[in-house]
Design a protein around this ligand. Structure first.
Ligand code: SF4
Length: 399
């Protein structure tokens, strides 16, 4: 501990400040809890900080220098996040006021940060968001999801202004195929019917015969005459699942995948299910983050029956099931709403780091910026939109 003799030699002015800040610093060090979502998650100590603390506690080194280091670090760790949190509260109020002022609505995907979900007029999966976009009277839609979803909204409602708060919010699955690659693939199979999952760009949709979601992919494929070849893209796991269920042999599958499910292994899931014996196992098929899980479920690779459910289906199941614990195969964002609506139930993600980094690019500050500056508008050119709409309309007709 710090000896009285070493303190006497240091500047006394620092003492009260130092006591408060060091204890705040240790509080932070012990609990490492998030202070405000989207800004700061953890505050690891650097080697220099630890050395400064050690020097002060041992009465070594230059006390003035060490105290200054600690004061700066403590301010960054303790006071700054608080100020940011207050700023966050301001953003929330300002966003709510701007929505009214501009006759705008905010549509947020299930995988968005909680702070974004909390200011949204509607939270749901990509298809539900597009349907909602089609029925709104608002002039502007701030679409908090990834780029292809905002494009789909623009195709469905061309007369509305569609804004996305961050243009870099892409999708690793959608970017596995572009229109040139699809054109060459089609040349190899000139008579094939092209079925594209909704996670594709507008250009790719425009070259497709059908779009599909994970919930109607099987029905879409079954609606195509058996003798016709099918090009299924871009999710290889969803494709493999559909081929398994439909027993279709003339289906060619594009080798695309979403980065989120790459780390979800069936052995890990079985290990978790073996530990949580009374938990229900739910699989959320949307967005391809769990299509590998869907595929394994169809092959009977899991020790327990999987409930394959949409977002709303999961909410209903959580309310009506006797189980108190639920193991959920999904991107972790959806758990926020589940926990909020069912506080007496426990929801456990199959993987804590099953996180879509693209979805998490959008935060409250960017939503605010989007409303203030009317950025970034997503507009699909009419000639592309008209062709893409045909494929989307066929998808909607088969749901
Ligand atoms: S979870 Fe995967 S499929 Fe969904 S938006 Fe993110 S990258 Fe794309």
């Amino acid at each position: 501990m710090v000896g009285p003799e070493s303190l006497e030699s240091g500047p006394l002015l620092y003492l009260p400040l130092l006591t408060i800040r060091v204890s705040a610093y240790f509080h932070l060090y012990l609990y490492r809890q998030p202070i405000t979502t989207g800004y700061f998650y953890t505050y690891p100590l650097s080697e220099a900080d630890v050395a400064s603390i050690a020097f002060i506690f041992n009465g070594e080194g230059n006390l003035l220098l060490n105290c200054t280091t600690l004061n700066v670090v403590a301010w960054i760790s303790f006071c700054l996040p608080k100020e940011m949190a207050m700023l966050g509260l301001d953003y929330k109020d300002r966003v709510l006021a701007l929505k009214k002022e501009k006759n705008a609505i905010i549509l947020a995907h299930n995988y968005q940060l909680p702070e974004v979900q909390d200011v949204a007029d509607f939270v749901g999966d990509s298809l539900a968001l597009s349907k909602n976009a089609a029925t709104t009277d608002a002039d502007t839609i701030v679409f908090c999801g990834v780029h292809f979803m905002a494009e789909t909204a623009s195709i469905i409602c061309p007369d509305k202004r569609i804004l996305i708060p961050d243009l870099e919010a892409g999708c690793s699955l959608a970017s596995t195929i572009n229109s040139h690659e699809l054109e060459s693939w089609k040349k190899e199979h000139p008579d094939a019917i092209v079925v594209s999952y909704v996670n594709t760009t507008a250009d790719v949709k425009a070259l497709s015969d059908y779009c599909c979601t994970s919930s109607n992919a099987v029905k879409v494929v079954n609606s195509i005459p058996e003798g016709r070849e099918i090009l299924f893209l871009p999710d290889m796991f969803l494709g493999a699942y559909v081929a398994e269920v439909t027993k279709r042999k003339n289906m060619y599958i594009w080798p695309g995948e979403c980065h989120v499910h790459a780390g979800i292994k069936s052995e890990d899931i079985n290990r978790m299910l073996a530990t949580l014996k009374n938990a229900d196992f739910m699989v959320h098929p949307e967005c391809s983050c769990t299509s590998s899980t869907l595929y394994h479920a169809s092959k009977g690779d899991f020790e327990r029956q999987a409930f394959v459910l949409s977002t709303e289906g999961m909410m209903k199941h959580a309310r009506s099931s006797r189980a108190k614990q639920f193991v959920v195969a999904t991107e972790t964002g959806i758990l926020y709403r589940m926990r909020k609506e069912n506080p007496d139930r426990e929801f456990i993600p199959i993987k804590n780091d099953a996180v879509c980094k693209y979805m998490k690019r959008i935060n409250l500050e960017k939503v605010h910026n989007s409303l203030v500056n009317d950025v970034y508008e997503v507009k699909v050119p009419a000639q592309v939109a008209d062709k893409a709409k045909l494929a989307i309309d066929r998808m909607l007709a088969i749901i």
